[in-house]
Design a protein around this ligand. Structure first.
Ligand code: UFG
Length: 352
C-alpha cells in the first residue's frame, strides 16, 4: 500500500483522549484527510459536546467515519471489543492526566492512570497485532536545558513532578517494546507549549477550574472571568525577565500527528520528534499579543516565580521538517487571534 493509498477510508486510527484539546484538533485533521477515526475517551476532563463541534467543522459525510467509545483506556474489555470490530492500523495515544501541580498531590492517580492505561493499551495492541503507536510526549522530558534550542539529541533530565515522570517513563516503556520486538513502530512526539484553537472558533481548550497554563488564564482575563494575569517572575535571565516558551498552534500540532502517521507507514523502530515553532516568546509578549487580538490592554500583576518552572525553552524542529516534511505555519499573533475567537464565542467553554 502506498502512502496515498493509506489516506483512504480503510486506514483506521484509534485516538485515545480524542475529546481533549489536542485530541479533538487531531481528529478534525484526520477526518479531513479521509481516515476512519475511532475515539476512546472517558470524558473525565472533556466533554462529548466536542464531537458535535467536530461534526460542524468536518460535515456529516466525514462524520460517518467517526466512532466514539466512552471508556477509560484501562478498560480492557472495551479495548478488546474495539480491536475485535475494527482493523486498526495505528493508535495515537493522548489520553492521560496532565496537570503538573495536581500530579504532585496525587502521584498514585497519575502513575496508575497514565502508565496503567498505556500498559493496557500496548498489551491489547500486541494481542491484535497492531504495533504502530504515536505517543503524546512533552518537552518536560528535557527539564532545565543546558543549551538552546533543544534537539531530539538533547539529554533527558530527571522530571520535577509525577506528571513529568509519566511522560519520561512511558517514552522508555515504548522504546523497550521496540528493543524486544523490532516490528513495533513507535513515534514519540515531544510537544512544546500548545495553545490557540481551531480557526472556526468551534473547538478549543476548555480547562476545568482555575487554568494552570498561561494562555487559558490570559483568555479568561480577556473574557472577563478573571481580574488580571499573574506573571510568575520577572527576574529571569531573559530579555524582559519573564519566562520564555515555544508556543505552538494546536492546529499545527495536530497536523504534525498526521505527518507522523503518513511517515511511519511501512517502517519500524522508535523515533522522537520535537514539535514546536523554533521560536521563544516571553510571558509579557504573550500578554501583548493577546491584548492586540482582543483589543484591550490586559492587566497583569507580577508574582514570585512558580516552583519548578524553567527559565526558557524552545525547540529545534529541523528533524520534523526533514523527515516528516512538517513545519509550523502559525505565529503567536495567529495563536492569540484563534484562541480569542474560541474564548469570546464560548466564554464558559463547551458546557454553557
Ligand atoms: N505563567 C505565568 N502565569 C500563569 C501561568 C504561567 O506567568 O498564570 C508562565 C510560567 O511561569 C511560564 C509560562 O508562563 O514561564 C508558561 O507556563 P505554562 O504553565 O503555560 O506552561 P509550562 O511551560 O509551564 O508547561 C507546559 C505544559 C506542561 C509541560 C511543560 C514542560 O503545560 O504540560 O510545558 O514542557 F510539562
Amino acid at each position: 500500500m502506498s502512502r496515498t493509498d493509506r489516506v483512504s477510508n480503510d486506514s483506521c486510527v484509534l485516538v485515545t483522549g480524542g475529546c481533549g484539546f489536542i485530541g479533538s484538533h487531531t481528529v478534525v485533521e484526520l477526518l479531513e484527510k479521509g481516515y476512519e477515526v475511532l475515539v476512546i475517551d472517558d470524558l473525565s476532563n472533556s466533554s462529548k459536546a466536542v464531537l458535535e463541534r467536530v461534526g460542524q467543522i468536518v460535515g456529516p459525510d466525514a462524520m460517518q467515519r467517526l466512532s466514539f467509545y466512552r471508556a477509560n483506556v484501562n478498560d480492557r474489555e472495551t479495548l478488546d471489543g474495539i480491536f475485535t470490530h475494527h482493523r486498526i492500523d495505528t493508535v495515537i495515544h493522548f489520553a492521560g492526566f496532565k496537570a503538573v501541580g495536581e500530579s504532585v498531590s496525587k502521584p498514585i492517580e497519575y502513575f496508575s492512570n497514565n502508565i496503567g492505561c498505556t500498559l493496557t493499551l500496548v498489551d491489547v495492541m500486541r494481542t491484535y497485532g497492531c504495533k504502530n503507536i504515536i505517543f503524546s510526549s512533552s518537552a518536560t522530558v528535557y527539564g532545565d536545558p543546558d543549551e538552546l534550542p533543544l534537539t531530539e539529541e538533547s539529554p533527558k533530565k530527571p522530571a520535577t513532578n509525577p506528571y513529568g515522570w509519566t511522560k519520561w517513563m512511558i517514552e522508555e516503556m515504548l522504546r523497550s517494546l521496540v528493543v524486544a520486538d523490532p516490528t513495533w513502530n513507535v513515534v514519540l512526539l515531544r510537544y512544546f507549549n500548545p495553545i490557540g484553537a481551531h480557526p472556526s472558533g468551534l473547538i478549543g481548550e476548555d480547562p476545568k477550574g482555575i487554568p494552570n497554563n498561561l494562555v487559558p488564564y490570559v483568555a479568561q482575563v480577556a473574557v472577563g472571568r478573571r481580574d488580571a494575569v499573574h506573571v510568575y517572575g520577572d527576574d529571569y535571565d531573559t530579555p524582559d525577565g519573564t519566562g520564555v516558551r515555544d508556543y505552538i498552534h494546536v492546529v499545527d500540532l495536530a497536523r504534525g500527528h498526521v505527518a507522523a502517521l503518513e511517515w511511519m507507514a511501512h517502517r519500524c523502530g522508535c523515533e522522537v520528534f520535537n514539535l514546536g515553532t523554533g521560536r521563544g516568546t516571553s510571558v509579557l509578549d504573550v500578554i501583548k499579543a493577546y491584548s492586540a487580538a482582543c483589543g484591550t490592554d490586559l492587566p497583569y500583576v507580577v508574582e514570585p516565580r512558580r516552583p519548578g518552572d524553567v527559565t526558557a525553552n524552545w525547540a529545534d524542529c529541523t528533524k520534523a521538517k526533514e523527515l516528516l516534511g512538517w513545519e509550523a505555519q502559525y505565529d503567536i499573533e495567529d495563536m492569540c487571534r484563534d484562541s480569542w475567537r474560541w474564548q469570546s464565542n464560548n466564554p464558559y467553554g463547551y458546557e454553557r
